[in-house]
Design a protein around this ligand. Structure first.
Ligand code: RNT
Ligand code: ZN
Length: 416
């Protein structure tokens, strides 16, 4: 695709959208401001740098063994830089606590800014901002419960870890400007019938109270619920109701991971409900296939409706868009880029939707017209606008990123 052709198709699209009452230039301006929080863990199947041979625990699984996985901090950074070069716009990187630049064995209750300063310097050099996640899984003390454990010693260990994680996020926000999101997800649960459900939830609440008692000026706190984990099928301490209650009571964010609800339950409808009661929302854009499988995000109905809901609720500045999936069965950077671009496309399509007309139809009770326009909107030339957006951001349009990733695979990842 030549630049000239992209521009010509863009001009035609601008005209067609104008007929629908949509201002493409304005949509592009808004699009430019949407940054994704890219999940570093797609590069290495959620391994991190504590123990490269360690097993991923906590009821999550990355399946597949496609060659070329990043094995150390240099390779993770190199792969993220490659992915970012193929994702238009400016973005954030979301790190887990196991991705520190550890110079020695640092246990989780000992991590500090020293282990992440080189990431902050890297982010600055790459014009990115950072977000952070405490890591309760893949550790000898992870077990089936961390912050909700019956054992006070175990709880205290994870409380200390999580406070330190928030302190690191605070420093990231301070040094890079703006606030950093800190996301807290713990796997805590039980495989089989659980009788003391109240006890574990009370323990979790107490632990959270201790964790959040410390206030950090540069952190936006989020808590992530879940339906179930592998091996922890019967009971999840941090359920949706639990964290929604906690987030509302304490004025922090709830994280909505698209894979963490019943298979027919959609995330998009939760946005407007939550926004009335919490300051902001954190998203984990993902793709569950039959379970919380964390497949690569694609431009499916769920992602499109989620983006529409956010745009139509005029809530772009109250929603933090994080990605969360890990596919180890295909080229990992390819997976990273497909999902990121799919998420962006969904937001662009939402920004280009004829919402004024749709609202008018709805207000008038013209429901046939509303449905008809929603259907017709699907075939509008949004892809011409997408390609132009890529061009504006010096990123390859259309399918050209496939060849770029193949080149990178040949030169870099296949040699690992
Ligand atoms: C697990 C949660 C959590 C993790 C990451 C690695 O089900 O979705 O967000 O995927 O923190
Ligand atoms: Zn998640």
């Amino acid at each position: 695709m030549k630049d000239e052709q992209i521009k010509k198709q863009f001009e035609a699209a601008v005209e067609r959208y104008a007929e629908m009452g949509v201002d493409v230039k304005k949509a592009l301006e808004q699009m430019q401001k949407i940054s994704l929080s890219l999940h570093c863990w797609q590069t290495d199947d959620v391994t991190g740098f504590e123990n490269p041979d360690g097993q991923l625990s906590g009821g999550i699984q990355a399946t597949g063994n496609y060659p070329g996985k990043a094995r150390n901090i240099q390779e993770v950074r190199q792969d993220v830089e490659k992915a970012v070069s193929l994702i238009p716009g400016s973005h954030r990187l979301s790190l887990h606590a196991i991705y520190g630049d550890f110079k020695s064995n640092v246990d989780r209750d000992q991590i500090g800014i020293k282990d992440f300063q080189s990431w902050i310097d890297w982010a600055k050099a790459n014009n990115m901002k950072l977000d952070f996640n405490s890591t309760s899984f893949s550790h000898p003390k992870s077990g089936d419960q961390s912050l909700s454990n019956r054992d006070k010693g175990i709880r205290d260990f994870w409380i200390e870890h999580t406070i330190r994680s928030r302190a690191i996020a605070d420093e990231m926000g301070k040094q890079l400007g703006g606030k950093a999101c800190h996301n807290l997800w713990v796997h805590d649960g039980m495989k089989d019938l659980t009788v003391d459900r109240y006890l574990y939830r009370k323990n979790l609440e107490d632990s959270l109270d201790k964790i959040f008692a410390k206030k950090f000026a540069n952190v936006k706190d989020a808590v992530e619920c879940k339906l179930f984990g592998v091996g922890l099928e019967s009971y999840t301490v941090g359920s949706h109701e639990f964290y929604m209650g906690y987030a509302v009571k304490h004025g922090i964010m709830a994280t909505m991971d698209m894979g963490h609800f019943h298979p027919t339950e959609e995330t998009y409808d939760k946005i407007s409900a939550l926004l009335l009661f919490t300051p902001e929302i954190m998203l984990h854009v993902s793709r569950p296939v039959r379970w919380d499988s964390d497949h690569v995000v694609i431009l499916n109905d769920s992602v499109q409706m989620l983006a529409q809901e956010i745009v139509w609720a005029n809530a772009l500045d109250r929603v933090n868009i994080g990605l969360d999936y890990f596919d180890a069965s295909i080229n990992r950077i390819g997976a990273y880029v497909i999902g990121s671009r799919a998420t962006q496309k969904a937001f662009l399509m939402a920004l280009l939707s004829p919402i004024a007309k749709l609202r008018e139809y709805e207000a008038n009770g013209q429901y046939f017209e509303r449905l008809a326009l929603l259907e017709e909107n699907k075939a509008m030339p949004w892809s011409a606008v997408w390609d132009y957006f890529c061009l504006q951001n010096n990123t390859v349009p259309g399918e050209q990123f496939i060849a770029e990733i193949q080149k990178y695979e040949k030169a870099v990842t296949s040699k690992r």
